[in-house]
Ligand binder design. Structure first.
Ligand code: GCW
Length: 850
């Protein structure tokens, strides 16, 4: 008991600490006086929990913490229900025993809760949090605290909530060495150098965040799995993490490697049909459950991206799934078998080949062959978390098999936490998409939850990949994706606006200007990102063979990875109709036909389903090519607007997070201009069709570095060419110090100088992305001089995910308020260090404030 109070005390200290983002949406910031007033009477002065179970004590501590933080009131913790007014927490049965006279709901679902305000004659008040089970009590306490944070009245409270689906999990792609695959918020909170991290503080804080949004399972290791996770001597490491998450009702799960029986089990095979292999899985699983009886289950990625699977022995995915599922079954463990199975060595030249077909082709014929504790974990779209994809045709194609939708909270292809890209509207659109899998509406959310075909279980999995960074995800705004994922998994019927407003109010402020401004930014950011990257269903157009971040239009083509867009001189898009790859026939006819026919295929997905000429006219009335140009300009302008919108919040949000978000948005605005120019120039070159508005290829305020007077700098061809202005040319410095210069020839005035330079990250190996770090050699330095006077200098320290001059490292630096007179020399100096060559692309001169 003592310990728990110490813990609560610690949390209180952290909530009032500086705003680092570490408390996320659980800040429990003091309400303003007007909002707090209503609770003076509504919130009783005492709290009683009717059991000493770990989860219920967590629930009570949360209430104490929240009321203290938001209302400045220290609740009296009473051991038993007394006669006085109190907040009362317990399971339905416990509440019933304590207060036999009050009318309670007959039942509450697992993980569900009932919140009720009761006032007796004489004035005694009870604020009841009744759970369908212990976890429900915990979720109820978070729900009550959320209501207070949102300023909702409690006076007439009588609310039952139950989760939409039993499975509400997160997967972490954390490697045991402490790195995270596609993680952008620092090192692993779970692992360090091959073992569980010594300090589990962040794990328990994360557990609390997960519980607050109703997440009940967490796979703590990468699906590109290390077999060691199942070694008997590794069990204590897992137990340590499970202990930290248990008080928050979060089951630990493990990503396993299918070759484990051979790799660590000493067998000469991992053939799922071999009885020795089945025995091995059973023994390994029994061993883990003996030490940690509440493990949630296992996750498996097999026969995908180099991971071994049943195909090694000519067995099916059902054979593979069932052998492990049977080992888990006696322990009530679930087995998540990933639907992300595809061949990454497909022949690009064969127009019939199509990666989008893979999930359905691999799994649909196996329906009915999977055991009832197997869940097929299906990515939201058929490719791989691109900026826009149609819903996977596998949803609803499995009528006798459990399924779960997998979405990616970590923004791999979506700006990697450097960009504001709120994914909740994207997920919501998929969840609401009607698959026509049975009579009546059958949207993905209903199918994934198993409610159409009455599967035993199902639900939601989000790839979260939080890290040790104070703000968990690398960007304060990205926390909204984690929050929104949890809220949608709890209740996918919530609107995006509801979720967004809740998040903003709890995370930043309830000030209407803050709520409206941040809400508008978040809710438009998906469309904005799509506009300046890959619109019309082109997919994201990042460097897909490298870091999945910077622009690289051709990286999708001429390889086996299958993220093809097939742009050529005449047209663009993948023909997925029956005349092409036939992918559309994987959908139920109503859906397949809609995508198949040009008249009904939505513009947003046109190029995902059809190969059309650049001159094809969209439903919007624009040609494909003009639409590509226009959307890129619109997207880039939108990000510039976000910077201004955010600036309007100065003083309304704390200075620390204000500055951090502003920096990110300013960076993003520069990147959006790069994307705009790169993609539109690429398509101008491919199509030969000019922008009717004359923008693409014409940059009147722009001065190419390679055309200026070069002092030490030499010209370099950037790869991919579209990542540098002037047909891919830039300059680099191979001596101690270099400079470019020009004489200003315009009218006198005050200007902003936009310097486009390359911010290489020399702590990465040269072919950026995966792989171990090399010795860092940076950062390069830059200096701008006007008429001999230094007007600005900076070091290239942005941690871009590439060591080269490319679409990930091209960065904008703005020098504002520069006074120029005709004839003034503008000189940009670069000082390289080691592999950082102080690359420069161009200078733009804009009237100040533009
Ligand atoms: O998107 C791809 C990622 C891989 C990832 C894979 C998957 C864990 O680029 O890093 O591997 O998806 O989902 O398995």
């Amino acid at each position: 008991m003592m310990l728990r109070f110490v813990f609560a005390g610690l949390l209180i200290c952290c909530v009032v600490r500086a705003e680092t983002g570490r408390s996320a949406w659980l800040r429990y910031a003091p309400l303003d006086t007007a909002a707090a007033r209503q609770y003076i009477f509504e919130v009783p002065a005492a709290v009683t929990v009717l059991s000493s179970s770990t989860l219920e004590l967590s629930a009570r501590d949360e209430v104490v913490l929240g009321v203290h933080g938001m209302l400045g009131k220290d609740l009296r913790v009473e051991p038993t229900a007394s006669k006085g007014s109190a907040i009362l927490l317990g399971t339905l049965a416990e509440i019933h025993a304590a207060l036999p006279t009050i009318a309670l709901p007959k039942t509450l679902e697992a993980d569900g809760f009932w919140l009720k305000y009761i006032m007796f004659v004489g004035g005694t008040r009870y604020l009841i949090i009744a759970g369908g089970d212990e976890r429900g009590v915990l979720y109820g306490s978070f729900a009550l605290m959320r209501k207070i944070a949102l300023g909702e009245s409690l006076a007439a409270l009588d609310e039952k909530q139950a989760p939409y689906a039993p499975v509400r999990w997160v997967d972490e792609w954390d490697n045991l060495n402490g790195t995270i695959e596609r993680g952008y918020g620092g090192a692993s909170i779970f692992w360090d150098a091959g073992n569980a991290r010594a300090d589990m503080t962040r794990v328990s804080e994360y557990g609390r965040m997960l519980a607050s949004i109703g997440i009940n399972g967490c796979a703590i290791s990468n699906v590109n799995a290390d077999p060691k996770i199942l070694s008997p001597d590794f069990i204590p490491q897992i137990a340590k993490i499970a202990d930290a998450l248990r008080p928050w009702g979060v089951h630990v799960a493990l990503a396993v490697s299918f070759d484990s029986p051979k790799k660590i089990g000493g067998l000469d095979t991992f053939d799922p049909a071999d009885p020795k292999v089945a025995e091995w899985w059973k023994a390994a699983t029994d061993g883990i459950y003996k030490a940690i009886p509440d493990i949630g289950g296992f996750v498996l990625k097999a026969d995908s991206e180099g991971r071994l699977g049943p195909s090694a022995y000519g067995r099916s995915h059902a054979d593979a799934a069932n052998v492990v599922a049977r080992a888990l079954k006696p322990h009530n463990g679930l087995f998540f078998y990933r639907g992300f199975v595809y061949d990454n060595h497909m022949d690009w030249n064969n127009p019939k080949n199509d990666r989008a077909r893979a999930a359905w082709d691999n799994f649909h014929a196996l329906d009915g062959q999977f055991d009832d504790n197997v869940i097929i974990q299906i990515k939201n779209g058929p490719i791989d978390f691109q900026v826009r994809e149609p819903a996977s045709p596998l949803f609803g194609a499995l009528e006798k098999t459990n399924q779960a939708i997998e979405v990616q909270i970590t923004q791999e292809y979506n700006g990697q936490a450097r960009f504001l890209m709120y994914e909740v509207p994207m997920w919501k659109e998929t969840l609401e998409f009607d698959m026509h899998a049975a009579p009546g509406p059958t949207p993905v959310k209903v199918l994934a939850a198993g409610k159409v075909f009455h599967q035993k279980t199902g639900g939601f999995v989000g790839v979260s990949n939080v890290g040790l960074d104070e703000n968990w995800l690398g960007n304060h705004m990205s926390q909204a994706n984690l929050y929104g994922y949890g809220r949608l998994a709890w209740n996918p019927d919530l609107t995006v606006k509801q979720i967004t407003d809740e998040w903003t109010k709890q995370t930043f402020s309830a000030n209407p200007k803050v709520v409206d401004t941040i809400g508008a930014m978040q809710m438009s950011s998906w469309r904005t990102y799509e506009n300046y990257t890959g619109p019309l269903g082109l997919q994201t157009l990042t460097d897909i063979v490298g870091n999945h971040y910077g622009v690289s239009v051709e990286a999708s083509e001429n390889n086996g990875w299958g993220q093809w867009h097939r742009a050529d001189a005449q047209g663009v898009g993948m023909d997925r109709t029956p005349a092409g790859t036939g992918y559309t026939t994987q959908y139920r006819p109503a859906v397949g036909k809609m995508f198949e026919q040009l008249e009904t295929c939505p513009d947003d997905l046109l190029l995902f389903f059809h190969h059309v000429p650049y001159t094809y006219v969209l439903h919007s009335g624009k040609t494909v090519i003009q639409s590509i140009y226009d959307s890129h300009y619109l997207g880039a302008d939108e990000v510039t607007r976000y910077v201004e919108d955010w600036k309007s919040l100065k003083g309304l949000v704390d200075d620390e997070r204000y500055a951090s978000v502003l920096k990110m948005l300013e960076y993003q605005a520069g990147q959006a201009v790069l994307w705009r120019d790169a993609v539109s120039n690429w398509f101008l070159r491919a199509s030969g069709i000019a922008d009717t508005k004359g923008r693409v290829g014409n940059y009147p305020n722009r001065f190419e570095a390679e055309k200026m007077k070069l002092d030490g700098y030499t010209e370099v061809a950037v790869k991919p060419w579209e990542a540098a202005s002037g047909d891919g040319k830039a300059v680099q410095c191979a001596v101690e110090e270099c400079a470019v210069s020009m004489n200003y020839a315009g009218a006198a005035g005050k200007f902003a100088l936009h310097v486009r330079y390359f911010d290489q990250n020399s702590s990465l190996p040269v072919p950026g992305g995966r792989g171990g770090p090399a010795a860092p050699s940076g950062p390069a330095k830059f200096r701008v001089l006007v008429a001999g006077k230094v007007v600005d200098e900076w070091t290239a320290t942005h941690p871009a995910p590439s060591a080269r001059l490319d679409g990930s490292t091209s960065t904008r630096h703005i020098v504002s308020g520069v006074v120029l007179k005709p004839g003034d020399e503008i000189r940009i100096e670069g000082v390289p260090t080691g592999r950082e060559v102080a690359g420069l692309d161009y200078l733009e001169i804009w009237p100040d404030g533009k």
